[in-house]
Design a protein around this ligand. Sequence first.
Ligand code: SF4
Ligand code: SF4
Length: 125
Amino acid sequence: MPITFECHRCTACCRWPGEVRLEAEEIAKIAALKGIGEMDFIERHTRLRKDRRGLALKENADGSCIFLKNGGCAVQAAKPQQCQDFPNRWVNQLWGKLPLENIQSDYPMLFNCAAFKAFLKANGG
Ligand code: SF4
Ligand code: SF4
């Protein structure tokens, strides 16, 4: 039975430095939501990924996502899969398969997630 979380909308994951990777269909979806063309969107809102194998969303100087606005996601209706999957996908891949200390050292971001913190508390972590 997969573990599912109710997001507390604390936005910690949107403020964490790192890459929000984009697939072509995600670019099309977000550009449509913003009402701009895909090329325009790519120029204004994306950069090359560190591995140079695709595009990621640009970030602000403090590492937060450029679409984090007024305490929420400005593209919520079309947010990338990577954002939709956090933290459920990570936890389902890790919980019960790795010792908690390893999860803590290798995936520190999870421990800033309010939904995961609540789960940990309820499960004696
Ligand atoms: S796209 Fe939205 S949900 Fe994803 S990191 Fe940016 S602000 Fe957060
Ligand atoms: S860190 Fe967790 S609870 Fe906070 S917004 Fe992200 S997924 Fe939701």
